[in-house]
Design a protein around this ligand. Structure first.
Ligand SMILES: Nc1ncnc2c1ncn2[C@@H]1O[C@H](COP(=O)(O)OP(=O)(O)OP(=O)(O)O)[C@@H](O)[C@H]1O
Ligand SMILES: [Mg+2]
Ligand SMILES: [Zn+2]
Length: 489
């Protein structure tokens, strides 16, 4: 084997250098450079020689004459996964599945393996695990119902963490799907570093990508997510793979969400909803209502938001709790919501709607472990805060959506009709939505008949519609120590 010229690649920014250095020259990070296999010595000289010699032009192909790539997807028959993937696994693609420890990554990949084994005649699935023994995998497979019969016969289990040996095994059994659990446990013979080091993760992923492309086999890599929410290993791993899936949810509640944060073969907006049960991840029959807690609807501090995740309308429950801050600066705690957005809404409520939360502790969350980034959550969140502050519940059966601007104006949301139809289907009879409509919004809202639709131009109007006309006035519930902006009007 040719001697390799070492390269050192920054794990933070991906810049590479020929020598190890304590600090990356590109991003300034300390101890971020990691050994990476280089090209054989001499190739640089050869390249230089080649660049001076005349180069024969490679043949060109007009785009119209390029044969359409064979992107026949392999549907899994697991509706929620197929939805997120955009119809199924693409042969030759490299998929990274990330998630926090214990969230259910191994369960999901085994279920996917089972689906392929069950769905394709004479299928072979290779499940390589550097984390668990064959008997541990068998235990889970039994629980998921994929260990027995032809399904179990078609899945090969390989407890192995050396990537060359995994690829050699795959070359022998020629599977329709290769699963590797997890990328952080893999090592390659090319490098000395420990498993999980940036160099090992990168080189192993590159090796598996080459396998996937050469053989047209989809490869699913499991990857651990670190505490700060990034996929462990270099950022470049996300560039190497074709699809990045993330499994999220509250560890101690049953609901799990699968999202694609990158997808070279489809939309990144779709979300799959599962429930973690004893027999694995079970598809949720009606995801639109999975994030509602019937027991708490009708309490103060609770508002129902009609949001859109990709093309899927979801009704989610926003809960807020507001208490006078006892000492020090008031707390703001969020779960599933953006804390900056909460701070902004508190400011807008104070300045534009006469509801002062400046000396209150504020807790706000979305039920069920969903994290909502959509701006349409602004209005339901603001109303939940006001409802909590005044200890006044919303009328039952109301849904809300709308973005709030700094002047307290309500901005239009897209897909209003889809949101309202879903709310109506689930028995909500009243909606408070922005008066300003998107390009097709006005017509959209009119299409939803039989629902009481209140169009509010401002947060103040929405508050009055949701909680009553005098909600911004001082009420006896408010502690006297707090200055009241709206008093006397
Ligand atoms: N016997 C069981 N019955 C019901 N649920 C179980 C059982 N064993 C495990 N689980 C569920 O499966 C979850 C673990 O799933 P899994 O091992 O797939 O997670 P993971 O993301 O692969 O974890 P890790 O990061 O440890 O690899 C547990 O949190 C638990 O909820
Ligand atoms: Mg696991
Ligand atoms: Zn760097």
């Amino acid at each position: 084997m040719a001697r390799l010229e070492s390269r050192y690649v920054c794990g933070t920014c991906g810049a590479s250098s020929l020598r190890w250095e304590g600090q990356c020259r590109s991003c300034g990070g300390w101890n971020t450079l990691v050994e990476t296999p280089g090209r054989p010595v001499g190739s640089a000289a050869k390249r230089a020689a080649r660049s001076r010699a005349p180069v024969a032009a490679p043949p060109l192909t007009p785009l119209s004459a390029v044969a359409a790539a064979d992107t026949d997807r392999i549907p899994l028959g697991i509706r929620e996964v197929d939805r997120v993937l955009g119809g199924g696994l693409v042969p030759g693609s490299l998929v990274l599945l990330g998630g926090e420890p214990g969230i259910g990554k191994s369960t999901l990949v085994l279920a996917i393996g089972g689906a392929i084994a069950r769905g394709i005649d004479d299928a072979r699935v290779l499940y390589a695990s550097g984390e668990e023994s064959a008997s541990q995998i068998r235990l889970r497979a039994t629980r998921l119902g994929v260990a027995h019969g032809v399904t179990g016969e078609r899945i090969d289990v390989l407890p192995e963490s050396n990537v060359e040996r995994i690829v050699a095994a795959a070359d022998t059994c020629a599977p329709q799907l290769l699963i590797v659990d997890s990328i952080q446990t893999l090592t390659t013979d090319e490098l000395e570093g420990p498993a999980g080091s940036v160099g090992q993760v990168r080189a192993s992923a590159a090796r598996l990508q080459a396998y996937a492309k050469e053989n047209g086999v989809p490869v699913i890599l499991v990857g651990h997510v670190t505490k700060d929410g990034t996929l462990a290993g270099p950022k470049t791993l996300e560039h190497i793979v074709d699809v990045v899936l993330t499994l999220e949810g509250e560890r101690y509640s049953g609901l799990r969400l699968l999202r694609a944060s990158k997808n070279r073969f489809g939309s990144t907006e779709e979300v799959g909803v599962f429930e973690m049960a004893a027999d694995g991840l079970v598809e949720v029959a009606d995801p639109a209502s999975a994030f509602l807690e019937p027991e708490s609807l009708g309490s103060s501090g609770v508002a129902v938001a009609a949001i859109l995740e990709g093309s899927r309308p979801l009704l989610v429950e926003v809960q807020a709790l507001v208490t006078p801050a006892l000492h020090g600066s008031p707390r703001r705690t969020v779960s599933g919501l953006d804390s900056q957005r909460l701070a902004l809404l508190i400011a807008v409520l104070g300045r534009r709607a006469g509801l002062n939360l400046a000396s209150h502790d504020v807790y706000a969350s979305v039920v069920g472990g969903l994290s909502v980034e959509e701006p349409a959550i602004d209005l339901p969140l603001a109303i939940a805060l006001a409802s909590a502050l005044r200890d006044k519940p919303l009328a039952q059966g109301s849904v809300l959506c709308g973005e709030i601007g700094l002047t307290g104006e309500l901005r239009p949301v897209n897909g209003l009709e889809r949101r309202l139809r879903e709310a109506q289907r689930l028995g909500f009879g009243r909606a408070i939505v922005p008066q300003r409509m998107g390009r097709r919004g006005a017509a959209e809202a009119e299409n939803v008949s039989g629902m009481d639709i209140v169009r509010a131009a401002t947060l103040r109007e929405a508050l009055a519609a949701a909680l009553g006309p005098s909600i911004d006035r001082r009420s006896e519930l408010e502690p006297t120590a707090i200055p009241v902006v709206g008093a006397g009007r």
